[in-house]
Design a binder for this molecule. Sequence first.
Ligand code: GAP
Length: 508
Amino acid sequence: MTAPATSDTLMEDIVGLCKRRGFIFQSSEIYGGYNGFYDYGPLGVELRNNIKQAWWRDFVQCRDDIEGLDSTIIMHPKIWKASGHVDGFSDPMVDCKESKLRYRADQLFFAPVTVDGETIGYVSVVECIDQQEVAEKAAAEMKRKMAKQGVLDTIKLKEYTEAKPEQYELIPSPATGKPGSLTEPREFKLMFETKVGPLADDAATAYLRPETAQGIFANYKNIVDTGRVKIPFGIAQIGKAFRNEITPRNFIFRSREFEQMEIEYFISPSADWKTLHREWIDTCTDWLVSIGLPREGISEDIHPEDKLAFYSQATTDLMFQFPHGEQELWGIACRSDYDLKQHQEHSGKSMTIFDETAKEKYVPHVIEPSLGVDRTLLAVLSAAYTEDEVPNDKGKVEKRVLLKFSPKIAPVKAAIFPLLKNKPELVESAKKLYKKLQRRWNVFYDASGAIGRRYRRQDEIGTPFGITIDFDTIEKDGTVTLRDRDTCEQRRVTEDELIKFLEEQIGG
Ligand code: GAP
């Protein structure tokens, strides 16, 4: 009976649930919201922290070859000059002069509409899951309105970045549907600028970091000099990043303030980087599965050589089937020695390391797995969102919404219920167990309403286990009822069995 929501409505359903149950809110909502910024409510912050803690534990604490770091958001502006961001970190944008709307030129698609080879106009569409269908409908409509006889040729969509100058005037704006108002594509700088210090002149210009990676490169020397590391080794960091995205979209998928979990893994220039890259891709895929993403929802996008960033030897993105389509979740790049060499040149400080095993000195190369916290959270929510039908207290089958989070990252691990709230002995026993479990895990106590409704409220926020204290608990053997969120199956367990079970399921 379980049916995941269709992708048409899944995003809406997730956004609605996130607001209703306190996971995620639009930032500054009381002032009408602020596009590209999101706040995390009580359950969202728990889920977010659990994802970050799982990543930190698995990639930093459980590995002997990776060290942690927490660098500042605002760093010396020379860092961004050296890294190439000041000059090159931009996206192509296009403006609609009439509607004043702005599009990313690589997310705006156009095609000539041709009937038996004759061009009768152009269609345009903003990137979406069914863009081909939308464009074909618009083309058929154009043909109908112009009363053209003949066969409509296949619509071949191209990025607006590929449009020829003479086509700019002919392509309709997606906002108005009319041609003539779109500008040519221009580069739009993505870094947020600020001023540091009391003087607001050009010399005071600084940037909010657009990636955490450069904080790692800037501290690489400090970490090498503290003498704890030997090649190969990694430095990991979790932290905020900021990008003035032209078109923040799809809820928290692309926002202007987000968080990254990044590793720079330093290797010898003569290491077999292709094999190490492959190992990282597999390790990252396994980790996503370990936090509850379905393996079949994850795929690999290998960047073609002619599309690689100038510093990259190879990049593979782990893609996930998000509600709005298959999109990048985790970028795993081989960045060569580009960044360290740039910083060596711009700072005048040596970035070499002495390799004890090979007995040689060199600037290491780097493999960079870079993952967004918010994107991971959206992937986890999309994979977990489920609708099914289960019987209520009276045996009548009802629709149920549940989040099938892995117990490892679920915001609330278990809910404790006294069967009846007006029986002090049940309440006392339930509260005692609640206080005991609360010392180890984020658990919830709920005494109000029929037991079925209480289960439903927890199912909707993804609490994996329900624990009910009833008369058998206090009058007979001290056992409690343990209910499984996904199957709704119930069994009686002793307190010791309960704690052992929770330890196994949740970990920590
Ligand atoms: N240091 C490399 C780097 O930053 P990236 O592909 O630009 O590479 C890495 O970003 C990851 O950060 C992406 O795979 C994505 O998960 C996340 N990310 C990037 N831009 C984002 C945005 N605007 N909103 C949310 N997450 C974003």
